[in-house]
Design a protein around this ligand. Structure first.
Ligand code: MAN
Length: 218
């Protein structure tokens, strides 16, 4: 049949779609007495049964993929995106800076990375877990690129690549209000425990804490 040949030339998603629709047409034709319900080759199964079985399989795989996507979205909803979900907008974006032999990278709500510029590969310094607040106590800097003093949001990235003879790497990402996203500084406070200082407009609004800078003070 011409349509069967046609199916073979279609991309997979279109083929499945057309196949499913043809099945429905076939069932309708059989049910309305316009197409004989002969057993298909070999199996002795009637076309109606074959069509019904295929329709069930399609529905089952549709159900599986929709369930998986639902679970993924539920997990995402349970994730902490901060006050007013403000970090949701930053998801999927990264900022980086060069320090010595490495490029350090922060990917918002994802992970922190230490990338070798000498081709020694990438190291994950932690995967995003949650938002905390902590107190910063630093002198103001002339260029404004510093944490200053007061309550600041700290994003915790944990369970990164294992440290030689030690625990898994982790990163505390300290945030301060700034006009644009920028990774100001990276340090290793103790072996495989990293600290990033980051400026971002996402830290300008509502930290719910007195002492936090807001946009008007910039
Ligand atoms: C690499 C880097 C360093 C880290 C050591 C630990 O050299 O990831 O930051 O201190 O490994 O062995």
């Amino acid at each position: 049949m011409l349509v069967y040949n046609l199916e073979a030339y279609l991309p997979a998603f279109a083929r499945d779609y057309i196949h499913e629709k043809l099945n429905l047409v076939r069932v309708w034709l059989i049910e309305n007495g316009m197409l004989a319900d002969n057993p298909t080759k070999g199996g002795g199964e009637t076309r109606l049964v074959t069509a019904a079985r295929e329709a069930l399989e399609t529905a089952k795989s549709d159900f599986t993929s929709k369930t998986a996507s639902l679970e993924e979205q539920e997990k995402d909803l349970a994730k902490d995106y901060g006050p007013k979900d403000i970090f949701r907008a930053l998801k999927g974006r990264c900022v980086s800076t060069d320090v010595g032999e490495y490029e350090y990278q922060l990917c918002w709500m994802d992970r922190t990375m230490q990338k070798s510029k000498k081709g020694h590969g990438d190291t994950t310094m932690g995967n995003y877990v949650r938002i905390d607040t902590d107190t910063a106590d630093e002198e103001d800097r002339a260029d404004g690129k510093g944490l200053g003093k007061g309550k600041r949001m700290v994003l915790r990235y944990e369970n990164g690549n294992g440290c030689w003879n030690g625990p898994n790497r982790r990163t505390d990402v300290w945030l301060a209000c700034a006009e644009k996203d920028e990774l100001w500084r990276v340090s290793e406070s103790e072996k495989c425990v990293y600290r990033m200082e980051v400026g971002t407009p996402a830290a300008c609004e509502d930290v719910n804490e007195p002492g936090a800078k807001n946009k008007d003070e910039l």
